[in-house]
Design a protein around this ligand. Structure first.
Ligand code: GLA
Length: 387
């Protein structure tokens, strides 16, 4: 891939003298969905698929962007001194947002750059192609200008930019999973205080399979921000009854005692998901520690049911993928992953069942939904690197 992107850079920008090649992964969340903005736990991992970037400093303040995923758009020009989100060439709002965010945090970017990207994460699939671009850009800026920031800072700057430049009130999970990725490990992160541990993923004769619904969605136009504010209101109501900081502070029993404080049935279901999902995530990590992959899978299934019935972020496409997966022998667990409303599911599938899985789930999906799903057998990879 390194040669492919360098050659393309030379073709697009004249030559590739002095250009450097970088990579940042995508991520998949194994369990702990819609908990990261509720002070709960998440359990994501970085993937070996992600975004490749070629970058070169310029002598002026100009920015020139090119994406091999959106070739029709050609070169998009901008200026380091006038960074604002634009509707056209929406993808450039991610690198621009990071440059803006560094400025807001007091880091002065002294010159412009030419930047070419090529991602092999399906766009808008729920595998965090946008957070991958954000962390990649931050990593390039750090490398170019020697900014004193850690990878964890890159995650926080990514989230800051997504919240304030791109207008999506996302939590920290995606950027954190990508910036802090570790081969063959998932990250057990407490979003209340950013404490984390790495957990080796030993699935013994099983693999992680991603099923992509090909139903596109963007967080901006989804009901993501609405879910977040429903949880915030529910928290305010519960706080009338008990002094907690986040929904993640409650266990199931406490929730059942205090839920009467929530004055709306729908909000109550949203809060229930946040509380139960957080507890499920802790149990799932414990199960893995005890090598109980079957229990881990069962908790993944319960997570999906909760996201379907209480949080209501699945939809026919994701439900079909998951419900068809559950029918297949050799499937240890299956659930939607990421924000939902389209995007992907994650399944743990015994190696000898993977072909049947892809064939049967694929056929049933096409029959019911009318277009095909895509399947990826993925590996857990590292955070951002210079290639
Ligand atoms: C998106 C957001 C994350 C997280 C998930 C849901 O991926 O970017 O912060 O909230 O949805 O778990």
């Amino acid at each position: 891939m390194k040669n492919i992107v360098l050659e393309k850079f030379a073709e697009v920008f004249g030559d590739s003298e002095g250009a450097k090649v970088y990579f940042a992964p995508g991520r998949v969340n194994l369990i702990g969905e819609h908990t990261d903005y509720n002070g709960g736990h998440v359990f994501p991992c970085a993937l070996t698929i992600g975004t490749y970037g070629v970058a070169r400093k310029r002598n002026d303040k100009k920015l020139r962007f090119y994406s091999m995923n959106f070739e029709k758009l050609g070169i998009i020009e901008s200026d380091i001194e006038n960074l604002k989100p634009e509707k056209e060439a929406e993808w450039t709002n991610y690198p621009k947002g990071i440059m803006w965010a560094f400025g807001e945090k007091g880091f002065e970017i002294p010159c412009g750059m030419d930047l070419l990207l090529n991602g092999n994460i399906p766009n808008g699939s729920g595998l965090s192609s946008s957070a991958s671009v954000e962390v990649l850009t931050g990593f390039i800026l750090k490398d170019f200008f020697g900014f004193n920031v850690t990878n964890q800072d890159l995650a926080l700057i990514g989230q800051f930019s997504e919240n304030n430049f791109n207008g999506v009130n996302c939590g920290i999970m995606d950027q954190f999973a990508i910036a802090m990725g570790k081969k063959d490990n998932a990250i057990f992160l407490d979003t209340a205080n950013l404490s984390y541990t790495y957990a080796p993923i030993k699935l013994e004769n099983a693999k992680i399979v991603i099923s992509c619904s090909n139903k596109k969605r963007g967080l901006g136009d989804s009901k993501y921000n609405e879910r977040r504010s429903e949880c915030e209101t529910a928290l305010e109501e519960i706080r009338q009854a008990i002094g907690i900081n986040t929904l993640g502070d409650l266990n199931e029993e406490q929730f059942e005692v205090y839920k009467a404080a929530i004055k709306d049935e729908v909000r109550c279901k949203r809060a229930k998901h946040a509380v139960y999902e957080n507890q499920r995530t802790m149990k799932a990590v414990e199960a893995l520690k005890n090598n109980d992959v079957a229990l881990f899978g069962q908790l993944m299934n319960e997570s999906h049911v909760s996201l379907r019935d209480d949080y209501e972020v699945t939809g026919e496409e994701l439900d079909t993928l998951v419900e068809e997966a559950w029918k297949i022998e050799g499937v240890i667990g299956s659930r939607m992953t990421g924000a939902g409303f389209g995007g992907c599911t994650v399944s743990i599938v015994k190696e000898d069942a993977i072909d049947t899985f892809i064939e049967k789930v694929g056929a049933a999906y096409k029959e019911k939904i009318g277009y095909a799903a895509d399947f990826y057998v993925v590996e857990i990879g590292e955070g951002p690197v210079v290639l």
